[in-house]
Design a protein. Structure first.
Length: 147
């Protein structure tokens, strides 16, 4: 059971990268652009952005799987919840802390991977409009940004 639990967590983490890409491209840059645009167009004075509501959504999804595990005895609920949670923390550390420096940490990270992630995200933010964006992923970006 431990192997299956860990495998479920790892698969969930990997699926979350696809979910992040999909929701970023088709939801955030789609019908919920009104919540995401303040992340591209810095016309607010608050440290918080409407865009931060997407973190709350995924936290609720993760919590829902914990409830399924506890109340419905759904064994996979806990590793799925953990995979979503770990991806969310990773996303927060990479996107908000490392790339956007909302907290002044990891400023000197300069590996080839760190440079590629920063470069891809910079290209994404070059376009401040809803349409014609590129690089919607977070942890896995096209190889051209690592050259």
């Amino acid at each position: 059971m431990t192997f299956l639990w860990i495998l479920t967590l790892i698969i969930t983490f990997c699926v979350m990268e696809f979910m992040a890409w999909f929701s970023h491209k088709y939801i955030m840059h789609g019908f919920l652009w009104s919540l995401h645009k303040d992340h591209h167009i810095k016309d607010h004075k608050s440290w918080f952005e409407r865009n931060d509501l997407f973190f709350i959504f995924y936290a609720l999804v993760s919590s829902g799987f914990v409830i399924l595990w506890g109340e419905a005895n759904f064994w996979a609920g806990l590793p799925i919840a953990a995979g979503i949670f770990i991806y969310g923390m990773t996303y927060f550390l990479v996107h908000d802390v490392f790339i956007h420096q909302r907290f002044k940490l990891f400023r000197k990270a300069n590996s080839k991977y760190a440079k590629g992630i920063r470069r891809a995200h910079k290209i994404h933010h070059k376009n401040i409009h809803k349409e014609d964006g590129e690089c919607f992923g977070m942890l896995w970006v096209p190889l051209k940004y690592f050259k």
